[in-house]
Ligand binder design. Structure first.
Ligand SMILES: [Fe+2]
Length: 215
């Protein structure tokens, strides 16, 4: 499986904006790079996680046959999806035991905070929407707006699958990593509830074709 570092991911995004010949874009990208650095400094897990989510999300988007522009937007949204965690207390983010209801409500705010941080970047409208809705569930039980099915931006539905798969297959302070097989098993239980069934199915195709290539 091809894995790009955060530097390479950002370089690809920079290239897209340098092609647009708008000098302001360079300044915007530099601000975004600073934001990413800030988020990483606060929670080192975020760095590895964002890059891996981006690789999975882009691989999935390509497998779905999305356009280059959509894939570029998904790449950027994946890198920035948890940027709103900048606004959440470290005591909560780094807590190793389970969260209280109150703390969980606090964590949930990261979707809206992320969208607010990026609001000044007008040309990122679609990216901002993807970030705002990356915790919506296909059955409408997610947050922040309880959107359902196709009302959830396509990029958010893709991010959700990539995000949860990477979280499950990563080792955390409070639990070991799940194997790819167990992660898919857990996620299949949530097909049509948390995840868009078609997207989850395509993700499984993507994972197995990658295994064939690398294994
Ligand atoms: Fe998130």
């Amino acid at each position: 499986m091809l894995h790009f570092s955060i530097k390479e991911q950002l370089k690809r995004i920079y290239e897209r904006f340098s092609r647009s010949k708008k000098p302001m874009h360079r300044a915007y990208m530099e601000s975004i790079h600073s934001l990413v650095n800030l988020a990483e400094a606060k929670d080192p897990y975020t760095k590895r996680h964002s890059v891996k989510v981006s690789n999975y999300a882009v691989g999935l988007a390509k497998r779905m046959g999305l356009s280059k522009k959509e894939i570029d937007n998904i790449r950027l949204a994946a890198i920035l999806h948890d940027i709103g965690k900048i606004g959440i207390s470290e005591n909560i983010l780094l807590k190793e035991s389970s969260l209280t209801d109150e703390e969980y409500e606090e964590v949930k705010k990261h979707t809206k905070i992320g969208a607010d941080i990026l609001k000044p970047f007008k040309f990122f409208k679609e990216v901002i929407l993807m970030i705002k809705h990356h915790h919506e569930n296909f059955d409408g039980s997610g947050y922040p707006d309880g959107l359902k099915q196709e009302k959830i931006p396509l990029g958010s539905r893709i991010l959700s699958v990539a995000d949860v798969y990477d979280a499950l297959t990563s080792r955390r302070a409070y639990r070991n990593a799940y194997s790819s097989y167990s992660a898919i098993d857990i996620m299949t239980e949530e097909s049509g509830k948390k995840f868009d069934p078609k997207i989850l199915h395509t993700f499984m195709d993507y994972l197995s074709s990658n295994k064939k290539k690398t294994g």
